[in-house]
Ligand binder design. Structure first.
Ligand SMILES: C[S@@+](CC[C@H](N)C(=O)[O-])C[C@H]1O[C@@H](n2cnc3c(N)ncnc32)[C@H](O)[C@@H]1O
Length: 263
């Protein structure tokens, strides 16, 4: 396996890209970019979590309208996707079950949230939450967010990026799977507008330290905190499911709020 998490996919991967079968008629694809055949380290573990009947119903009904597969094959026109060319769009990577995503979308209906994850039950859950709460500013992207950033989003197209409680990969041999690395941060910077916020949170102390080190060293971002440290939890970020589990174990949560430089 290549160590390079944002390297172009291999020719072999290209040949297999259309192998991802649909999980439900009209629903998300099992492997939209054929990324199981891509020779690179992934930041997620493929999870086959059980999809409840309610989640499956939501996926069958709402996916054609509000879902998109991260197939790496086309550029997304965010204005068209959200039905408003003026709407600022924030990408959330790894929304899990989507409760915090839905709360943030409800609190800020003027911002579009492009929510990416590979977790099928969570995708169904978030679609059901969006419908139940009458939220029209959420779109659910299925697949690897690195491919979404690299292949499908235009430069300077995002008004923000949220990465809440990314998988901590605590074992040393797995550290290379962590999302927040210099290479990822450099890619993210190209897709964010100048002035856009990159907001990360984690309850895993060594990962928080890595995030602070990587983001502080990036020439593309500046820390919003004058002391160069962690940020207090902003009011706009609700408690997430993984955060609750971490707090129950006595973990300390750190937020990091960095701004894409304007110069
Ligand atoms: C530990 S969970 C946190 C979920 C949620 N943010 C919360 O706090 O409850 C991390 C999530 O990130 C997703 N994830 C990890 N790497 C990803 C990637 N490259 N693209 C999309 N989703 C990813 C995983 O599938 C998982 O659902």
């Amino acid at each position: 396996m290549s160590e390079n998490s944002t390297a172009p996919r291999s020719a072999e991967a290209h040949d297999h890209r259309d192998r991802g079968a649909r999980l439900f008629p009209g629903g998300p694809s099992a492997d939209p970019a054929g990324s199981h055949h891509e020779r690179r380290i992934r930041s997620f573990r493929p999870r086959r979590g059980r999809v409840t009947p309610g989640q499956e119903q939501a996926l069958r009904r709402l996916w054609p309208q509000w879902g998109l597969d991260i197939d790496g094959l086309h550029r997304i026109d965010l204005g068209r996707l959200f039905g408003d060319p003026e709407m600022p769009v924030v990408l959330e990577i790894g929304f899990g079950m989507g409760e915090a995503t839905a709360q943030m979308a409800a609190a800020d209906p003027g911002t579009g949230i492009l929510a990416a994850d590979v977790h099928t039950p969570g995708q169904g859950n978030l679609l059901a939450l969006a419908e139940r709460n009458g939220l029209t500013n959420i779109r659910v992207a299925n697949g690897d967010a690195i491919i979404l950033l690299r292949e499908m989003l235009a430069p300077s197209s995002l008004a923000g990026l949220r990465v809440y409680f990314p998988d901590p990969w605590p074992k040393k041999r797995h550290h290379k799977r962590r999302l927040i690395q210099p290479e990822f941060v450099a890619l993210a910077a190209t897709r964010l507008r100048p002035g856009a916020l990159l907001h990360c949170a984690t309850d895993w102390e060594p990962y928080a330290e890595q995030m602070l080190e990587v983001l502080s060293a990036s020439p593309d971002f500046e820390n919003t905190q004058p002391d160069g440290g962690y940020a207090p939890r902003p009011d706009f970020r609700p408690l997430t499911k993984f955060e609750g589990q971490g707090l129950d174990k006595g973990h300390v949560v750190h937020d990091l709020l960095f701004r894409r430089r304007t110069d």
